[in-house]
Structures are given as structure tokens and as C-alpha cells.
Design a protein around this ligand. Structure first.
Ligand SMILES: Nc1ncnc2c1ncn2[C@@H]1O[C@H](COP(=O)(O)OP(=O)(O)OP(=O)(O)O)[C@@H](O)[C@H]1O
Length: 248
């Protein structure tokens, strides 16, 4: 299977600290690839380099075989790399649909359309509605976003990401702060989305990761110590010692 997004020896230094050290991994359509690691392992830095928020110090990122290592963030988004954030990025006073519509418009193929009222923009409306349906929020499109539950807000963030029509989804802790029911909803959403997307999932909820991931990459201090399917990662002695502890 050819990879949609590939990372080769990707490195990021902050002064003397090597936050991400020669990381190599790839993302495939139809796969959830989870990246796990203790606090400070370099997971967010990795996602930030993939989305184009921060520059790589070294290494290469390719999207569909094309080198995008130095491509600006908005150009990567247009090319199909979408991300959600650890922090909530929605506008609480706007409706669910409006939030999605703004995300769609910002990533519209016609950037000049930003001057057009998003309400009357057919493209943004269509993309927003489609994304809300896919994220299971179709019935709350008219609700003011700030009144949603925490779990629904995280779903909205995924919907906003979907509204940009990405092929690659970079998800930074989408389950953070969720209750059991909300977690289930998000996991079934991800299971549905993976058929049409390549998904990178950074997540601290290990039970969820081991259930949903097709592949897991384990990072310690910026370096990948193991990559494999959940069964092989679960029994990997180095991973158990470095990260998982004895209860997995
Ligand atoms: N802008 C920055 N300037 C300097 N150091 C940074 C910067 N961003 C991250 N770091 C450092 O890089 C290392 C990796 O951080 P990063 O946030 O990527 O880890 P993480 O695995 O995402 O952690 P967490 O699970 O807590 O979110 C840490 O030591 C962090 O302090």
C-alpha cells in the first residue's frame, strides 16, 4: 500500500534540545496511525511540523510523493492536510454551522471568496453541512457552539477540520477530557472516517488507542522506539519498560 503522507528522518531542534529526532513514519488511507509517548516525547512538535505550523530542522515530509517540507501551512491545508488542536479553537458565540462554514471558507479553493459573506457562499455551506453530517452533528447545526457539551465541541473541531476537505487528518488528543459515552462516539466517528482518510492520532487514552489504531508508533524523548500493530506494541519489552508500565 503506498503512503499518502510520509515522513523521513524528521528532526526539530529548539536550541540545544532535540524535540523530534530523526522520526520516520508514514500514513496510509484506511489506517489510524497512533503516536504515543510520555509528556514531552515530541508528539505535538511532530504534528506541528506535519501541519506546517513550525519548520522542520531536518528531514523530509512528502504528500502523495510530493515534497511539502517547506510548504506554508495554508498551502498544505489546501493540498489536503487537516488538523485538529489540543485546545478548543471554536468561536463559542457562533452557531455550529457558522463555525464549520468559516473553516470551510478559510480553506476554500477560491481564497478571494473570503471577502464574500460566508452565509451566501454555496461552496462553504455545502462543505460545512457535509462535514457536520459526517461528524454526527447534523441535528445541532443551529445551536450556539458555546452551549455544546465538551464532547460535542471536540466533535465540532473534527467537523471543522473535515470542512476543509482534507485527505490526511492530524488529530491532537481528540479524546482529552471526554467521558465514556463521548469517547465511544468519537471512536466510532474515527472508525468511519478512516475509510476515506489517512489519520494520525496523538492520544493519551491508551485503552482507546489500542482499540482504534491499526498501527502505533511509540516515542521517547523525541525518538521512535517502536512501530507496529497494537498486538506487537503491547508485548514489546522496550515499550513496556519505557512507557506502558506493567498494566498493559
Ligand atoms: N516552542 C518550543 N520552544 C522550546 N522547547 C519546546 C517548544 N515546544 C516544545 N518544546 C520542548 O520540546 C519537547 C517536546 O514537546 P512536545 O510538546 O512536542 O511533547 P509532547 O509529546 O506533545 O508532550 P505532551 O504529551 O505533554 O503534549 C519538550 O521538551 C518541550 O519542552
Amino acid at each position: 500500500m503506498s503512503s499518502l503522507l510520509a515522513v523521513e528522518t524528521l528532526t526539530r531542534r529548539f536550541g540545544g534540545l532535540v524535540a523530534v529526532n530523526k522520526v520516520t513514519l508514514d500514513l496510509h488511507l484506511g489506517e489510524v496511525h497512533a503516536v504515543i509517548g510520555t509528556n514531552g516525547a515530541g508528539k505535538s512538535t511532530l504534528i506541528n511540523m506535519l501541519s506546517g505550523e513550525i519548520e522542520a530542522s531536518d528531514g523530509r515530509i512528502t504528500l502523495n510523493g510530493e515534497d511539502i517540507t517547506t510548504r506554508a501551512q495554508f498551502r498544505r491545508a489546501l493540498a489536503g492536510v487537516g488538523r485538529s488542536y489540543q485546545r478548543t479553537t471554536i468561536f463559542p458565540e457562533f452557531t455550529v454551522l457558522e463555525n464549520c462554514r468559516l473553516a470551510a471558507q478559510a480553506a476554500a479553493p477560491k481564497p478571494w471568496a473570503i471577502w464574500q459573506s460566508s452565509q451566501s457562499c454555496e461552496y462553504s455551506n455545502g462543505a460545512a453541512r457535509e462535514a457536520l453530517e459526517a461528524a454526527g452533528l447534523g441535528t445541532v447545526a443551529g445551536r450556539v457552539a458555546g452551549t455544546l457539551s465538551h464532547g460535542a465541541k471536540r466533535q465540532l473541531e473534527v467537523a471543522m477540520c473535515l470542512a476543509t476537505k482534507p485527505r490526511v487528518l492530524l488529530l491532537d488528543e481528540p479524546l482529552a477530557g471526554m467521558g465514556a459515552e463521548e469517547t465511544e462516539r468519537m471512536l466510532s466517528l474515527l472508525a468511519n472516517l478512516k475509510a476515506t482518510h489517512a489519520i494520525l492520532l496523538v492520544e493519551h487514552d491508551m485503552d482507546a488507542v489500542f482499540r482504534i489504531a491499526d498501527r502505533i508508533t511509540v516515542m521517547v524523548n523525541g525518538t521512535v522506539i517502536a512501530t507496529g500493530d497494537p498486538a506487537s506494541i503491547r508485548v514489546n519489552p522496550e515499550v513496556r519498560t519505557a512507557y506502558l508500565g506493567e498494566d498493559h
